[in-house]
Write a protein that binds this ligand. Structure first.
Ligand SMILES: C[S@@+](CC[C@H](N)C(=O)[O-])C[C@H]1O[C@@H](n2cnc3c(N)ncnc32)[C@H](O)[C@@H]1O
Length: 242
């Protein structure tokens, strides 16, 4: 169960969550690198039903709502959910749920789009989660997610040859998070098995604001790939496997 894990105890720590929320509003890595890259994969979202899966403090949910979407936000951390409730206000539709257990609260075809940024590397059974994503998406519905780039310098000395657990230090927060790393091919094959067809894959790109506010990090991120963002659609026709 996720609730027992090291990562859960960090994401559920209110002091950490306050610092994380403060930090990602205006930092190089989230605000001016990963987030704009993932958001760039969205189609027109006016009146679209979007699930923000692993919503964290709700910053993306707020952006999606301001762009006209009908947003449901879920996260397993009560502390993240508390902050998201403040960010989204009384009308926010926010649920505390562990994605490792699937999406039992939601009906088939309940959403047009699922947005899942920087969260799949905490999920134990990705094929199961992608199948759940597929179930709750309407046909032609879109999944967008971001995760660690397979060519990240973090993996240079220790390439990912099989699913593994790794303890990753976030020096700026003084914490160690436990992540689940898997070969990129396994992620793609889990998508395929879930009947989700890849439409577009991009390397995250630092923005002009990143260059302006954080020139050194900008230069580093131009020269090194850290996050990858992908858009897939729910196919009309399941693949036939042997
Ligand atoms: C790096 S944060 C990203 C937050 C948000 N998506 C963003 O981009 O701002 C990862 C989030 O995933 C959530 N998370 C991790 N494992 C989860 C799980 N099993 N079920 C639900 N949420 C999970 C964490 O609580 C955290 O809020």
């Amino acid at each position: 169960m996720s609730e027992d894990s090291k990562t859960y105890s960090i994401y559920s720590n209110a002091d950490f969550v306050d610092k994380y929320f403060e930090s990602i509003q205006h930092n190089a890595w989230n605000a001016y690198y990963e987030r704009p890259s993932s958001l760039s994969l969205l189609p027109d979202i006016t009146n679209k039903r979007i699930l923000d899966a692993g919503c964290g403090p709700g910053i993306v949910s707020k952006i999606l709502r301001e762009r006209g979407a009908l947003v449901t936000s879920v996260d397993y951390s009560p502390a993240m959910v508390d902050v998201a409730r403040k960010v989204l206000g009384e009308t926010g539709d926010i649920k505390c749920m562990d994605l490792n257990l699937g999406l039992p609260n939601f009906d088939d075809k309940a959403f047009d789009i699922i947005y899942c940024s920087l969260t799949i590397h905490y999920i134990d059974d990705l094929e199961f989660l992608f199948k759940e994503f597929c179930r709750v998406l309407r046909k032609g519905g879109v999944l967008i997610f971001s995760t660690d780039h397979p060519d990240s310098p973090a993996f240079k000395d220790s390439p990912i040859t099989a699913k593994r657990v790794n303890d990753v230090v976030w020096e700026n927060f003084g914490i160690t998070l436990r992540v689940i790393e898997r070969p990129w091919g396994d992620i793609l094959s889990s998508l395929e098995k879930a009947n989700l067809r890849i439409e577009k894959i991009i390397d995250a790109e630092p923005t002009e604001q990143c260059r302006f506010y954080f020139p050194q990090t900008y230069q580093y991120l131009k020269e090194n790939r850290h996050f990858i963002c992908l858009r897939a659609t729910k196919s009309e026709f399941p693949l036939v496997h042997d």
